[in-house]
Design a protein around this ligand. Structure first.
Ligand code: SAM
Length: 429
């Protein structure tokens, strides 16, 4: 299992893909925990390494770096894993003898030099540079400084402690203050709750809960402001997408806030609606469900490979009136299936920096640079202008993003518009 986690981490690091696209449906929850946990806590894990390693983590060969991160992660963030197992299994996942020797040496050194105890045994007084805590779970004292001195650089300390890029931390602190910035970082380090949207017309939340319980899952109904209730699944989720209810197309897995997007768009009978950035298809499917065969959805995306997921979803949910096709919003080509007067409504669920969903997509934070938000915003503005040309007179345009950054969200809505633009924050605040 550690070997599988290691291989995914190495591939993520090369930029090949996001972890969510490399993990398979049959990967165990433990592999997911290891992969997502290491990606979330990477900066903290590297700081621990750097305090005890012979050289900086950035100079290590990628497999060694991933194995050391895996070992430190298990030590600091997973309860109930014996220290020797955390070391030996991380090291055992490596292939080369020289890699094993380095990882083994440094991990053993770290184990010898961190004192992990229950939080109530903390007598205080330790330097913040040597102290790490998981509130209510454990506190760890290192023999050497691991974190930057907060007196000398508060943002650097917070960034290393909460494992987010320093420029982003400084930006958030300047904008919303330290307490809120830390809350956002905690959200970015948390495991997002798992929600299901019952397939409209096929299932309702209470019945779906009953069926899922019979399949061995623990689930409950969650009320929503904008639409019908959703279902939350807690605890083990292994059978979720192999179970009968999933195969029968009774639900989609979707973040609860993202369920609002199609409802804000408010599809009406006989409308033709364009989802211009549709893959992997969660919102396009929802729009089609709300139209219930009375109207048409054109679901397009720039990447043909990503459209396979949309087609699978359409088949599984038995949706009608939905056309899936490749199309680049920024091309001169009109989208396929455009009515002569234009679309009645358009959803532009644009690519963005993902700063509001770092819990679900943890590695996105490591791709951010100070200029990223403005670059993204510029592309999004071009996309808004491009799709707007295909809107019918009086039509509705909903723009959504998963970013907390004003450039990528409300500032778009403040830009003078030729036709109404609804800005919709599908992100947690
Ligand atoms: C946030 S995701 C969309 C998620 C989707 N709406 C859903 O609910 O499942 C953004 C999508 O935009 C697509 N995309 C990026 N640039 C594009 C472009 N120029 N034209 C069309 N699609 C694009 C990406 O391939 C990606 O699938």
């Amino acid at each position: 299992m550690r070997a599988r986690a290691l291989s995914i981490l190495e591939r993520v690091e090369t930029g090949e893909a996001f972890a969510e696209n490399l993990l398979r449906r049959d990967d165990s929850p433990f592999v997911r925990e290891l992969v997502y946990g290491v990606l979330r806590r990477q900066l903290t894990l590297d700081a621990v390494h750097d305090a005890y390693g012979k050289r900086g983590a950035e100079t290590l060969d990628a497999p060694v770096r991933a194995a050391v991160r895996l070992g430190v992660y298990q030590l600091l963030f997973l309860d109930g894993i014996p220290r020797h197992a955390a070391v030996s299994e991380a090291v055992g996942a490596l292939k080369l003898h020289s890699h094993k020797a380095y990882a083994n040496g440094v991990l053993r050194n770290i184990v010898r030099n961190c004192n992990i105890m229950a939080p109530d045994l903390d007598r205080g007084g330790a330097s913040p540079t040597k102290r790490f805590e998981r509130p209510g779970r454990m506190v760890c004292f290192f023999t050497r400084p691991v974190f930057p001195d907060p007196e000398r650089g508060r943002a650097a300390y917070l960034a290393t402690y909460h494992s987010h890029p320093e420029f982003l931390v400084q930006r958030w602190v300047d904008r919303v203050g330290e307490e809120q910035a830390v809350a956002w970082m905690e959200a970015g380090n948390g495991v997002p709750s798992l929600y299901l949207r019952p397939r409209a017309g096929r299932a309702e939340a209470p019945d779906l809960v009953q069926r899922l319980m019979k399949e061995g899952l623990t689930a409950g109904v969650v009320e929503r402001d904008h639409g019908p209730p959703a279902v939350q699944v807690v605890g083990k989720t292994r059978n979720l997408v192999t179970g009968r209810s999933f195969r029968d197309g009774l639900f989609s897995v979707q973040d609860i806030r993202q369920m609002d997007a199609a409802e804000v768009l408010s599809p009406q009978p006989n409308e033709v609606i364009w989802d211009a950035c549709a893959a992997p298809g969660g919102k396009a499917a929802h729009i089609a469900e709300l139209l219930a065969g009375q109207g048409r959805v054109v679901a397009t995306d720039r990447f043909a490979t990503r459209l396979e997921r949309v087609r699978e979803t359409v088949d599984r949910l038995g949706l009608e009136g939905i056309e899936v096709a490749e199309h680049d919003v920024l091309s001169e080509e009109p989208p396929p299936g455009k009515p002569s007067q234009g679309f009645d409504a358009i959803l532009l669920d644009a690519p963005c920096s993902n700063t509001a969903v770092l819990g679900a997509r943890p590695e996105a934070r490591w791709r951010l640079k100070p200029g990223t938000f403005q670059e993204m915003a510029t592309t999004q503005t071009r996309m808004i202008e491009a799709v707007r040309k295909h809107l019918a007179p009086g039509g509705r345009l909903v723009f959504s993003s998963c970013s907390r950054e004003p450039e990528e969200s409300e500032q778009h809505a403040l830009t003078p518009t030729r036709s109404p633009l609804v800005w919709f924050a599908k992100s947690p605040t």
